[in-house]
Design a protein around this ligand. Structure first.
Ligand code: CMP
Length: 138
């Protein structure tokens, strides 16, 4: 059971001014912010981050969208972080997200779904390492 997960507040939620409200929910649910930065992803970096989806029909739309404006990237710490965070953010498709989840509250659509959460402990480490150096974690 891992104790970190990686998240991104996606461009439409940042643009809408929802980042503070989302981090408030995250902290109220006992996740500790280990690292946090606002960044405009390059096409190269976004393509690499989502490489696992490269054969999916939505891949180019996903990369274009994730580079359309700045995101907040963060490492979060809590016992059972990956599963608890996925519960907090809700289903990938906001129309299926449960009441009270971050996606139910802030997502616009499947593509513009407000927030990312790692899907496994292994990916949480890979994704955190992709965005943050060891001297950026506290
Ligand atoms: P996330 O789980 O953070 O990472 C992969 C992203 O791909 C996912 O969020 C969605 O934003 C996006 N995605 C997944 N399925 C679709 C789809 N069918 N159409 C458009 N975007 C999708």
């Amino acid at each position: 059971m891992g104790n970190i997960t990686f998240t991104m507040i996606k461009p439409e939620a940042v643009e809408a001014g929802s980042s503070g409200a989302i981090f408030k929910i995250i902290e109220e649910n006992n996740f500790r912010i280990v690292s946090l930065k606002k960044v405009l992803l390059s096409a190269e970096k976004a393509s690499k981050f989502y490489e696992v989806h490269k054969d999916r029909p939505f891949y180019s739309e996903l990369v274009e969208y994730m580079t359309s404006g700045p995101i907040f990237a963060a490492i979060l710490e809590k016992d059972n972080a990956v599963l608890d965070f996925r519960e907090l953010i809700g289903s990938t498709n906001p129309s299926e997200a449960k009441d009270g989840t971050i996606r139910k509250l802030f997502a616009e659509s499947m593509a513009k779904n407000a927030i990312h959460g790692s899907d496994s402990d292994e990916n949480a480490i890979i994704e955190s390492d992709f965005h943050f150096d060891s001297n950026e974690r506290f």
